[in-house]
Design a protein around this ligand. Structure first.
Ligand SMILES: [Zn+2]
Length: 163
């Protein structure tokens, strides 16, 4: 049932504008390799995401962080937001879906299903996308606020009589 694309998110560009890539490297503290997204501009930018066990975790953590650029539209594989009228509706939907998923995950853990069991991983990857979606909404609302502000400033300029 789970959309396979959920497991393969692509890292957004770095907030500095350079491309970012997913790497797998030795952890400073753990004996096994970890995934991390790093900015490719290693000279003037040293942005790097958190080190994670799963590739999707590292990418989604990077994509939701202020270190990365946000896309113009919210895309979550398997979800269609075109039927939503407002961003507020999407926000409410994501909130409900997050609660639902957290409830299911909690119930599975109660049943004794191990943290890294594929069934639980599928739910956790979907939850991570929903949380990413919520961060996108926050970003979108901030941008909208900023553009409204700059619009009102520019309209003031336009209202100045032309001589
Ligand atoms: Zn960068």
């Amino acid at each position: 049932m789970t959309d396979d694309r959920l497991l393969r998110p692509l890292p957004h560009f770095c907030a500095c504008g350079a491309e970012a890539q997913l790497v797998k490297q030795k952890s400073k503290t753990k004996p096994y390799r970890r995934y991390q997204v790093q900015c490719l501009d290693e000279y003037s930018c040293s942005n790097q995401g958190s080190q994670e066990v799963y590739a999707w975790q590292a990418v989604l953590s990077w994509n939701k962080s202020p270190l990365s650029e946000k896309p113009e539209y919210l895309e979550i594989p398997g979800y269609d937001f075109s039927n939503f009228f407002t961003v507020k509706d999407i926000k409410e939907f994501l909130k409900q879906r997050r609660l639902e998923l957290e409830k299911i995950i909690h119930a599975k853990k109660e049943q004794g299903i191990k943290r890294h069991h594929p069934e639980l991983e599928k739910l956790r990857v979907e939850l991570a996308w929903i949380i990413y979606g919520q961060s996108w909404i926050r970003y979108y609302n901030r941008q909208k606020h900023q553009s409204l502000f700059s619009q009102s400033k520019s309209s003031e300029v336009c209202e100045t009589p032309m001589y």
